[in-house]
Design a protein around this ligand. Structure first.
Ligand code: KIV
Length: 276
């Protein structure tokens, strides 16, 4: 495994030669763990709003929340590229807002930003890239537009949608996006997009033909009560956590914890090398 720091250039070069593995993380410890496991990209997703903060959608997520998550992940100094997700209303209101907020992501430790939307945000992508900030696009299902499109529904099933998604990808590439996430879109459409653009595509729920895959960490660890249908559960951490904490509660109630190695007496001070 190549252990050098992943850059945007490295990610672009992976198209056609090596699949890209991207996963979300929202804090220092998780970032260290997923980085140690060899991911290429850590996405500090606005999915934090749902899986960490318990909101029902990503709409309530603010820049302040995202900056806290981004800086926490960045302190892990991961080898993987750190991408900060631009939350709802951080880039839609004006080009100035978009560039400013993308800049705040970089100042907090992100090395690129992700923006939901296709050709309608090409000017925004262009302006952010002009400011020197790499942009990852996000097409197909855009959860931030769920109210407009009728919920979290499959994309690319009609000819109109298919053409729109392919056009969105072309426009994002032209605007300077270095990669494009394709969410919950028919696999054949994602395949066509992948062939159509020269930048890497990264699928979530859009089949095997993209240049990479991304999933939400809580979904693969079995921590999400209602994971999306396309997520694969690699572990059942919910059961493990419940069992560990249950044991702790039981031991506290029975007076079994703490045991002798977990506490000290004042008269041990003279003999302890760690006392000050
Ligand atoms: O916020 C997020 O986690 C995302 C992924 C689902 C791509 O945008």
């Amino acid at each position: 495994m190549n252990m050098s720091k992943k850059t945007v250039r490295d990610i672009v070069k992976m198209k056609g030669s090596e699949k890209i593995a991207m996963i979300t993380a929202y804090d220092y410890i998780t970032a260290r763990l997923v980085d140690g496991a060899g991911v290429d990209i850590i996405l500090v997703g606005d999915s934090a709003g749902m899986v960490v903060h318990g909101f029902e959608s990503t709409h309530p997520v603010s820049m302040d929340m995202m900056l806290l998550h981004v800086s926490s992940v960045a302190r892990a100094k991961p080898r993987a590229l750190v991408v900060g997700d631009m939350p709802f209303l951080s880039y839609e209101t004006s080009i100035e807002d978009a560039v400013w907020n993308a800049g705040l992501m970089i100042k907090s430790g992100a090395e690129a930003v992700k923006i939901e939307g296709g050709s309608e945000y090409a000017d925004v992508v262009k302006a952010i890239v002009r400011a020197g900030i790499p942009v990852m696009g996000h097409i197909g299902l855009n959860p931030q537009r769920a109210l407009l499109i009728g919920g979290y529904r499959k994309r690319g099933l009609s000819d109109v949608e298919r053409e729109r998604i392919i056009e969105d990808a072309r426009e994002l590439e032209k605007a300077g996006a270095f990669s494009i996430v394709i969410e919950y879109t028919a696999a054949d459409v994602a395949e066509e997009v992948t062939k159509e653009v020269s930048v890497p595509t990264i699928c979530i729920g859009s089949g095997p033909y993209c240049d990479g895959q991304v999933l939400v960490i809580h979904d693969i660890l079995g921590l999400t009560p209602t994971p999306p249908p396309f997520a694969k559960k690699y572990a059942d951490l919910s059961s493990i956590i419940k069992s560990c904490v249950g044991k702790y509660v039981e031991e506290v109630k029975k007076g079994l914890f703490p045991s002798r190695e977990h506490y000290f007496y004042s008269y041990e001070r003279k003999h302890s090398s760690s006392s000050t």
